[in-house]
Design a protein around this ligand. Sequence first.
Ligand code: C2E
Ligand code: CA
Ligand code: CA
Length: 768
Amino acid sequence: MVLVMLLLLLGVQLAGFGVVRQVFDRHVGIEVEASLQVAERIWVRQLLQNAARLRDAAVVLAADFGFRSAVATDDVETIGSALENAGNRIGAGVVAFLKPDFTLLSAAQVLGEEGVATLELLAQELSVNRNEGRLATVGGQPHLFVIVPVRAPLIVGWVLMGFPLDQNVVDDFWRLYGVHAVILAADAGQSLAITVGSWPGDRSAVLEAARQVEPPAAIDGKRVGLRKLHLESVAGEVGVVLIRPLDELLAPYEQLQWLLGLITLTAVALFAAVSKVAARRVTTPLYQLTEVTRSLEGGDYDVQVPGKDRGDEVGALARGFDRMRSSLAEQREEILRLAYWDRLTGLPNREQFRQTLKQRINDSSSGTEQVTLAVITLNVDRFKHVNDVLGYAFGDELLKAVAQRLRDQVTRSGDLVARLGGDEFALLLTRSDANGADFMAMRVRSAFEQPLALGDQTVDLSASMGVAGFPQDAQDADVLMSRCEIAMHAAKASTAGVLHYTPRLDSSSAQTLSLLSDLRSALQTGGLRLYLQPKLRVTTREVVAAEALVRWLHPKRGLVPPMEFIPFAEQTGFVRQLTLWMFEEAARQWHALQPVGGRLRIAINLSTRDLLDLDFPQRLVDIMARQRVQADGFCLEITESAIMDDPQRAEATLNRLAELGFKLSIDDFGTGYSSLAYLKRLPVQELKIDKSFVLGMIQDESDAKIVRSTIDLAHNLGLSVVAEGVESASHLDALNALHCDEAQGFFISRPIPVPEFLAWRDAWVAAH
Ligand code: C2E
Ligand code: CA
Ligand code: CA
């Protein structure tokens, strides 16, 4: 901007210059022209004046008595000296006396033959018009000639006088009129040459200029006005060049030019200084504001915005910027809060957990020692049910309570609790291995033992947990988390409470995928086996039922325990085919398994998937028709959690199954937290107390209490009770004392293939 303004200013100044110069030039031109005209006139008049003076002198000579008597007496000598005297007196270059017939008698100067001829011719010419002077070049020198007659009284001769146009003439002219004159002359037939001139410089340049048609504006590099006069001459040629130097005319202009230049320079300098200051006042804060935007762009919201207290527009802009900056800072804080923190519980969210885990893994990989990490993911059991039944507000409170209990457990620095979303939480344990994770899982479980009381509602808390560790389970944070979640889902599905990740749990792992295809082919090629584990009537020790448990004889891996393939069979949905296969297998052998004079009910395990399948009851009906068996010959075992995944649909299926005549049993009872009040609504006839309580009931007083109260409660509700996990005679005795209806466990028999089962039963019956 400053540059443009400066250029503009310079432009205006130059235009001014141009105009001044033009005006001046015109003025000088007119002036010079006028002065040269004047000079020309003066020159001519001076010539005339000189002629008059000359003639006066000639008249005086012609009238002189002595001279006339000398003429009369033809005294050539006296005539000669008189001529010389007169010539000297008035400074004439040529003084001559001619006879009346114009032949030269005497001359003061020595003249050549040619000069004599010229003078005689001149005299003849001049005598015609005697009042005027005439110019003529004699001997290369221009002269002004006049002629007067000498009378006595008749004309007895002529006095001819020539006044040379010499240096004095031009010098006088210069002194008096300020115009240089340069005289050019040539004898007849010769070329013009300079004779005299007042021009101080190089005369040849003047000659050169005189030869040109258009007079030049400068000679010798000096500006001049120039005028050529061609003077009429009798013999030879005479010219004069008048030169008017322009120095003194141009002097004021040059002064003006300097002045203008000075003014321009000062103006430009001043303007530059002022506009630079002004521009700086505007651009400096703008530049600083630009710096601020760069900081903001880089995420630094703590920058100081300069110029906030200025009163001008820049100040207003700076204040606007500052407001924008603080609002951006607030927004970013809010965004960060939303991005990394869970609003409800105030815990870090999944993203923060993930990034922290990533960081720890990075630190560990780049550090000198590799730090082991353990991640526990935790899912609150039946949270959906609580939400549905007790309302979302209650659900929120429950999640907050869970968060608080988890926070209380995680006290080591470097460990982290986060809410991954919904009812899912995660714990990150640094420098911790599988044992450390188990220890933490145990602490969490015991922290959850205290039922949660909110208002007048009390609910039991429980959670399924998955454990995965770095570096053994995964090298990458995301993979580690997803594997941990897989373990958690498996734990939930199997009501195992806590499960460590193994590739077998992972339906997406290559191992699992091949396992799944193996399992599919096993189903078709007879790789699956139905094992039976007996259930006794506790009072009589009679074998009244048997639980069908699946076994997989893997061609390479041998006998695969169900816990290693049931969870992912459930995840993939394959479990539905498995259940149907088990049911069909049990139905096929049902008749053969019936004891003489008695009845053996076969229990089949159902999964969540079966309960959600609305066609499931019909499929069972088809199988029963095929195998000619009745529904009352079977018991269907359903876990609490299988029902709670989707209570409404489960309830519908259960009702349908009950209508068909199946006995329904709640498996693993006590591990979930479904209330008996709720279970009472379902068409079940039996509770199966989870083996964890039964196993612990001998040593652990509280386990014993749970078993006892469950039995009492079940009986009060009209349900029969089965205890699983009977591993000793004392278990059986204790259960008998508590009036438990049936018992199942290793003490009685492990699950065994059907032929062995038949043999075992015969032996058992014989022994009891
Ligand atoms: P579950 O339904 O609770 O089955 C009882 C499990 O407890 C069986 O393990 C059995 O071997 C074990 N058990 C029985 N008595 C004792 C005892 O005295 N002490 C101990 N420690 N354990 C005892 P198994 O056969 O390994 O089955 C594990 C789980 O696999 C089953 O738990 C069940 O959830 C699932 N499962 C097995 N077969 C099937 C099936 O055909 N269909 C479905 N859906 N699940 C099955
Ligand atoms: Ca079972
Ligand atoms: Ca069970």
